[in-house]
Design a protein around this ligand. Structure first.
Ligand code: DHE
Length: 512
């Protein structure tokens, strides 16, 4: 009660009474950078703080942040000064900082070359390893998926977000942080190999299926950065803008293996981009990249050594799911009411899907139901899973759940799809859908009262791993057929886990 009051006072204090800029230089710049771009501490710019409420930011300044080097300043600064500092870090900088080739290259470090090995340094099936991202204390655990035992654990950059991406053989894993750091680890030795800061505020990283390139989608600045997957050196920076030059944030970048391309979702303009990385790319792309005028006429961007195709949309779509052959993209605006199907061969929208309630298409999965391919997606704002026939693009079922949820998982060898409902009041529940009847057959409450979210199957589909997404959390291993708990491992807010085999084979039940 006392603390809540103190916090309210902090927020009510007149921010203008103290000089945020000066206080920042004095107390924060050493760790967070004079330009607020981050140093040993994370970047403190509005885009990077987007998920933090002002009251929480003020509390962190006053009390510090557990499990980090951020000490509390409550003894040194009064309420007015803390309010001024909070306002300052939530205000945009006078100019968008430069983050070009030189700045990116200057952050790049190659820590080690991969050891000459033809198998992991430990005894484990290299294709049944999991990367577990623990955002509670910013660490990554490599888990042996046969014994369900950790084989390595190491510190990560602050606030990793998005799925782990693997090299085609599953040996190397790439992880991105919200502050733009991309790190490359050797799964077989648990070694950090290289790091680079590809953006100031980043959405995610995608890895080409041939193991050669990474694409990093940024919000700040508005760029798409292509890195060499071997040593992370920046190969290309593409300014992201619509046809009339209007700048756009990148929402996400995805790999489309059968197309040898990266698909790019843009937040602010009604376009999606396809960037091809195929050698000697088909003439339709090659021709245009060398011919700016013709390229623009045909809707191809021309600012990259990698040919880019603009696909015009009727409105911006910022969250995508793809059918397995990558012939169609299913997109939705996060705040929209319907989804669109975009045929990637013709570059045309071919259907509208009934999808209210903020579908989270990036978490969608697909399976065969009564001989037809269906896709299913949870919703961020509605207690429902939408199941859509991918031949007619009609919603065949809106399956009510206990609450809105983030993630969904299935596996080729399991008849069940697992969802969390972590955005509602039943955040401690995991629900299991029978993919043959489209009914919920089981509701688990792994740890009553504690948030359960993000499921991933083992390579063979026999086990389902569930996160207790709390600071002192757990990773719980379930028998995926009997739904019995097999094992629990303590973990620090395990936000996501990624099985090597399921990822590198682009399993229909997992995110790609
Ligand atoms: Fe995520 C993946 C966007 C909030 C945990 N999230 C993704 C991806 C996108 C995305 C585009 C796919 C990228 C990839 O894997 O390459 N996430 C967003 C948002 O727009 C949203 C709603 C708001 C935001 O803050 O950006 C959001 N996400 C969250 C969280 O609050 C979560 C639960 C905790 C956190 O750590 O931030 C969260 N997002 C995740 C995880 C994945 C993810 C664990 C990987 C899922 C997977 O299985 O592949």
């Amino acid at each position: 009660m006392k603390r809540a009051f103190a916090l309210a006072m902090l927020l009510a204090a007149p921010a203008f009474a103290a000089d945020g800029d000066r206080l920042y230089t004095e107390h924060c710049a050493a760790c967070h950078g004079a330009d607020r771009l981050g140093a040993i501490g994370p970047a403190l710019l509005p885009e990077n703080l987007g998920r933090l409420k002002k009251a929480e930011a003020a509390r962190v300044i006053a009390e510090g942040r557990a499990a980090t080097r951020m000490d509390g300043f409550g003894a040194k600064l009064n309420a007015e000064q803390i309010a001024a500092l909070t306002d300052y870090v939530f205000s945009p900088p006078a100019a968008v900082p430069d983050w070009g080739m030189a700045e990116i290259e200057a952050t790049r470090t190659v820590h080690a070359e991969p050891a000459k090995l033809d198998r992991p340094a430990f005894t484990a099936d290299p294709l049944n390893l999991f990367t577990v991202v623990e955002t509670g204390d910013h660490h990554v655990t490599i888990l042996d998926g046969d014994r369900m035992e950790p084989v390595a654990r190491f510190a990560s950059r602050f606030a990793l977000h998005g799925g782990a991406k693997y090299s085609p053989d599953g040996r190397f894993v790439y992880l991105a942080s919200r502050d733009g750091w991309v790190s490359k680890y050797d799964m077989w030795t648990g070694t950090l190999l290289a790091e680079v800061r590809a953006g100031i505020n980043t959405r995610n990283v995608a890895a080409s299926h041939d193991g050669r390139y990474l694409a990093v989608g940024n919000v700040l600045p508005n760029t798409l950065v292509i890195l060499d997957a071997v040593d992370l050196h920046p190969m290309d920076i593409i300014a992201v803008a619509g046809e009339k030059g209007e700048r756009s944030r990148v929402s996400a970048v995805y790999t489309a293996p059968p197309r040898s391309s990266f698909m790019v979702a843009l937040k602010d303009v009604p376009e999606m981009w396809e960037l091809t990385y195929k050698d000697g790319a088909d003439p339709v792309y090659r021709g245009f990249v060398h011919n700016y005028e013709a390229g623009m006429a045909e809707g191809l961007a021309d600012n990259s050594r990698f040919p880019i195709r603009r696909i015009r949309l009727s409105e911006p779509l910022d969250d995508f799911f793809f059918d397995l052959p990558y012939r169609n993209a299913i997109g939705a605006a996060r705040d929209g009411k319907s989804g669109r199907v975009v045929n990637l061969t013709t570059g045309r929208e071919i259907a509208t899907i009934d999808l209210p309630g903020m579908p989270h298409l990036g978490s969608g999965i697909t399976w065969t139901y009564q001989g037809r391919p269906v896709m299913a997606s949870p919703h961020l704002k509605e207690a429902v899973v939408s199941i859509i026939d991918m031949t007619t693009w009609k919603t065949i079922k809106r399956l009510p759940t206990l609450g809105p949820g983030f993630f969904m998982r299935g596996h080729e060898r399991s008849p069940y799809a697992w969802i969390d409902v972590s955005l509602g009041k039943d955040k401690d529940a995991i629900q299991i859908i029978d993919t043959t009847t489209l009914e919920i057959v089981k509701t688990l409450r792994p740890r009553p009262g504690r948030t359960a979210a993000h499921v991933e199957f083992s390579r063979d589909g026999r086990f389902a791993l569930v996160s207790i997404m709390e600071d002192q959390g757990e990773l719980i291993v379930y028998d995926a057929a009997s739904f019995e708990e097999i094992k629990a491992l303590p973990m620090r807010r395990p936000s996501g886990k990624y099985n090597v085999f399921n990822k590198i084979t682009y399993s229909s039940g997992t995110s790609h």
